[in-house]
Design a protein around this ligand. Structure first.
Ligand SMILES: Cc1cc2nc3c(=O)[nH]c(=O)nc-3n(C[C@H](O)[C@H](O)[C@H](O)COP(=O)(O)OP(=O)(O)OC[C@H]3O[C@@H](n4cnc5c(N)ncnc54)[C@H](O)[C@@H]3O)c2cc1C
Length: 381
């Protein structure tokens, strides 16, 4: 049996984009997923994802997100399908808070276009938002909404067309570091020269030789019935937004793209595992969101809650990603842990991982995502 050049295990956001990149380059690639992506059991569902460039978390993400922005547009042109709705983005909070000061710092460091507005100016431009007297709004035009299910579906469709051998509903159950690498799934045995592990929240299950310091959390998101005011709350009128309503606490939201306004709290979800997490949301789970939004942007709550779903964050201790070679086997690339903000980067990460698989240095800086930043006891098993 001729080994594949690369096996990509996990075909969610990161795996599908990696597989697409590899297949396009003429690599002989096989991909496995335990489910049938796009699905609602991992981290890449829920109809919308924010993409923004004035990255409050760290200016080092800016070149990566710029590359991703370019790749999203390229992907859209190729498939003739809309994947990115550029409605602009607002970061709201105290001017010296984590969100606004961080976003401003990244925008200045990388000369991104942005405006900082007082509460009065922000409200006259976007009447839906009522800022507090001590808050400001930072607006960036190159921000918007990505459509995650459409994106994963498109990437897989194009990857298969370019030669990806895709195996859905076929989980990998074991692998060993032979030469070539041997991969065992529920359906058979395969061999590949390199392997990419992009397991999303399943990455926190024990991984041979690499005990990754990951904590999975269950994050609930909610939709509100804003049909009656859709024309005022659509993406041409309302940007995506992040709001630091209390120090260190962040609520975010999306305009009505046809399914109602979507709102959620960033982080703060319960610790869980990919196999155990309840995916249904309960009555009352959005009490805090409603109480925060009621005084700040009540129109977004419309006629009340119309839906909800639970999604999983895979958090590292410093909330940066892990994109690195396996510490015990450099033929294996570990990719994905998202800490709740990875989707926007997926096509750029896919490109960088394809470079790693080909033994080339990636054109973007992956050094912030190395495993060696964690204490050896936490990172190596
Ligand atoms: C509520 C929520 C909101 C978010 N908001 C944003 C946002 O606004 N902007 C942003 O940029 N990011 C956001 N994120 C983060 C982003 O969505 C994730 O970083 C990204 O989707 C992770 O993709 P992934 O490929 O790592 O994981 P997934 O898409 O979950 O893919 C992992 C895949 O691996 C498969 N798998 C697992 N184990 C095996 C196995 N043994 N064999 C075969 N297959 C296997 C799974 O079935 C799954 O399909 C959000 C996440 C959530 C949950």
């Amino acid at each position: 049996m001729i080994p594949y050049d690369v096996a990509v295990v996990g075909l969610g956001a990161m795996g599908s984009m990696t597989a697409l990149e590899l297949a396009r380059r003429g690599t002989r690639v096989i991909g496995f997923d335990r489910h049938h992506p796009p699905h609602a059991l991992g981290s890449s569902h829920g109809k919308s994802r924010i993409i923004r460039q004035a990255y409050f978390e760290d200016p080092r993400y800016v070149p990566l997100v710029r590359r991703a922005f370019h790749k999203w547009r390229e992907l859209e042109r190729e498939c003739g399908r809309r994947l990115l709705v550029q409605c602009g983005g607002l970061t709201i909070g105290p001017p010296g808070g984590t969100l606004v000061a961080g976003a401003r710092g990244s925008a200045r460091a990388h000369r991104l276009e942005y405006e900082e507005l007082s509460p009065g100016s922000a409200q006259s431009r976007w009447p839906v938002f009522r800022l507090g007297p001590e808050e400001v709004a930072l607006f960036e035009p190159y921000a918007g909404v990505l459509l995650p299910e459409a994106a994963v579906e498109t990437a897989l469709h194009l990857a298969v067309r370019a030669g990806l051998d895709a195996r859905f509903g076929e989980p990998m159950i074991a692998w060993d570091s032979a030469d070539p690498i041997r991969i065992r799934t529920t359906a058979g045995e395969y061999s590949a020269r390199r392997m990419v592990l992009a397991l999303g929240p399943w990455m926190s299950s024990p991984l041979p030789g690499a005990d990754l310091p990951l904590r999975v959390s269950r994050q609930a998101v909610f939709w509100y019935d804003t049909r009656a005011r859709r024309s005022e709350l659509g993406p041409d009128r309302v940007p995506v937004f992040l709001w630091e309503w209390e120090p260190g606490r962040c609520l975010y939201g999306f305009p009505d793209l046809g399914d109602g306004v979507k709102l959620a709290i960033h982080h703060e979800g319960q610790a869980t595992t990919a196999d155990m997490a309840p995916r249904e949301v309960e009555n009352g789970e959005d009490n805090e969101i409603r109480s925060v939004i009621r005084s700040r942007a009540p129109a977004l709550l419309g006629a009340g809650r119309s839906g909800g779903s639970a999604c999983l964050y895979t958090n590292t201790p410093d909330e940066r990603f892990i994109v690195d070679l396996h510490p015990k086997d450099a033929r294996v690339v570990l990719v994905s842990p998202c800490s709740g903000h990875g989707f926007k980067f997926a096509p750029a990460i896919g490109e960088a991982v394809a470079d790693l698989c080909e033994g080339r240095g990636p054109s973007v800086d992956l050094s912030p995502f190395r495993l060696s930043r964690f204490p050896p006891s936490a990172a190596a098993g």
